[in-house]
Design a binder for this molecule. Structure first.
Ligand SMILES: [Zn+2]
Length: 115
């Protein structure tokens, strides 16, 4: 029976991709994220992104997403908080979601390889 190597991150059952990790956890490594950020800042990437976002299919998908209740609630929350910041009612200097999300979610970096 053939063995399939899986991700080293505890609880992750995804297929191995590189450096002992699945593609999702590999993409979450600081080195990969830094490389991605460097690429995203290049003029070639910015031009490609602008071309992609200008396609009718992409615009339609964005419009569908913007029409979802969750997106509308998030937008309303964002503008309410921005107004509060402007009036000095809130101590927060940035929107609450900034700097959160996938940036803090990398759990597998220091885990030892299985024997
Ligand atoms: Zn994984």
């Amino acid at each position: 029976m053939a063995t399939i190597r899986i991700c080293n991150v505890e609880g992750c059952q995804r297929k191995h991709y590189g450096h002992g990790l699945c593609q999702m956890h590999y993409n979450a490594t600081p080195a990969h994220r830094a490389a991605q950020a460097r690429y995203n800042a290049t003029p070639a990437c910015k031009a490609a992104r602008a071309r992609y976002n200008a396609t009718p299919a992409r615009k339609a998908a964005q419009a569908r997403y913007n029409a979802t209740p969750a997106r509308k609630a998030a937008r309303a929350r964002y503008y309410t908080e921005a107004k509060e910041r402007e009036q000095g009612l809130s101590s927060a200097t940035t929107a609450p979601h900034w700097g959160k999300g996938r940036t803090g979610g990398y759990r597998g970096a220091r885990r030892e390889a299985q024997p």
